[in-house]
Design a protein around this ligand. Structure first.
Ligand code: ADP
Length: 384
């Protein structure tokens, strides 16, 4: 069937959905979305069902006139997807994978079971179990993560083991958590993997993320990652291995930690386009969004090579600015060669909210670092 005859249903209409639709417009693909009103993808979708992503009935309604369903966020009603898949609906990636990924505990157990390298961990049901579990882990620091519902660093606390053992009241979560060993001075890498229904597999060049330690969000991203060829190959091999073992069809971001000894630990998998792949829109022959469209449309995978080295900066809501806003500094930024701005159609800001991103292309990592610094210095946000 020609792509133009097909309709993709997207659960979620955020920025990832918006960019997925933008990538599919040249192919005349139709998109139906489910999300609250005024979401980033609202104006672009051919049909917008307004509702919660946790509303089973709305997901069934969305599915009723779509050829294939996908999702751009993990926190959605799983039961509705399981029911639809059992009835024969095509859902990419399968809810069987989403079930594992929605629960960081199940995800860690999956890595362990399949010998995928990951940090040692313990599962604690409630704060009374913390001391016994913490004592089994090595190191002074521990990453404590809510098993369910966390995103963008929310639901993750990096805690001091001694403090947690001595002060019961300092324990940050009462819900079930994963407690995992902390990787000191980790370099954070991401490999986006695409796999279609024929089993063809393709990776994007490894990206390296620099985090804003306060916001726990990606501050700068660089692609290619500044690692040896050996590490690049190893990261890609591990990422592909994850998706093969998951029997995944779709687009997945595999987030990893690289330590000083060259060990790689898989942190988590996102079953959807990812922040660490925004730059692929301008920097690669095929973007992560086009690649997912190809998979959803059952078309061959596209070439993922980088055209040029790239950086990506998240445009986050500024401290002290709430509600209506204006972005400042764009005159200087847009005068630079190879700088691309994406805005997410969000009418209201709040501190650290993802409002857009900027991609920077250059001939060398030094050149893009220089331009990224100029962008960072001029980019501002003003209250209206
Ligand atoms: P989220 O799913 O909310 O993005 P992550 O599990 O990716 O949460 O954790 C957020 C950030 O916390 C990571 O990107 C990393 O900077 C830090 N972090 C999490 N786990 C560890 C760990 N085991 N060792 C070192 N840093 C970690």
């Amino acid at each position: 069937m020609l792509p133009s005859k097909k309709t993709i249903g997207i659960i979620g209409g955020g920025q990832l959905g918006k960019m997925l639709i933008e990538a599919g417009k040249p192919w005349n693909i139709r998109y139906h979305i489910l999300d609250i009103a005024d979401s980033p993808a609202s104006g672009l979708a051919d049909k917008h069902i307004i509702g919660s992503l946790m509303d089973e009935a709305k997901i069934l309604e969305l599915a009723s006139d779509c050829d294939v369903l996908t999702y751009e966020i993990e926190h959605i009603h799983l039961g509705a997807l399981q029911q639809l898949e059992a009835e024969g609906k095509l859902i990419i990636p399968s809810p069987k994978i989403l079930e594992i990924i929605q629960d960081k505990g199940l995800q860690k157990l999956f890595f362990q079971h399949h010998q995928i390298p990951t940090t040692d961990f313990e599962l604690a049901e409630n704060p009374t179990q913390w001391s016994e579990k913490l004592l089994k882990l090595k190191g002074d620091k521990v990453a404590a993560k809510l098993r369910k519902g966390g995103y963008d660093g929310k639901g993750v606390e990096l805690v001091d083991k001694k403090t947690m053992l001595e002060q019961y009241n300092a324990i940050p979560f009462s819900e079930p958590v994963v407690l995992e060993e902390f990787v000191e001075n980790a370099i954070e890498l991401s490999v986006i993997v695409a796999r279609n229904s024929q089993g063809d597999l393709q990776t994007f060049p490894t990206a390296e993320m620099e985090f804003d330690p306060k916001a726990n969000l990606v501050e700068f991203l660089f692609a290619p990652a500044q690692v040896s060829l050996e590490i690049e190959e190893k990261a890609k091999r591990i990422a592909m291995d994850c998706i093969i073992k998951l029997q995944g069809i779709g687009l997945f971001a595999v987030e990893m930690f690289l330590d000083a000894k060259g060990n790689i630990f898989v942190n988590e998998i996102a079953p959807r386009p990812h922040n660490s792949g925004h730059h692929t829109i301008e920097a690669c022959y095929t973007s992560q969004y086009e690649q997912l469209n190809r998979i959803l449309m059952d078309m061959p995978l596209g070439n993922t090579e980088l055209l040029k080295p790239a950086a990506m900066i998240n445009l986050l809501g500024a401290e002290g600015v709430n509600g209506l806003y204006e972005i400042t500094g764009l005159d200087t930024i847009l005068a630079l060669k190879g700088v691309y701005i994406h805005l997410y159609n969000k009418t209201h800001t709040k501190p650290k909210r993802k409002m857009g991103h900027i991609t920077i292309l250059g001939d060398s990592i030094d050149e893009i670092r220089e331009k990224a610094a100029i962008v960072k210095n001029h980019l501002g946000m003003k209250q209206l």
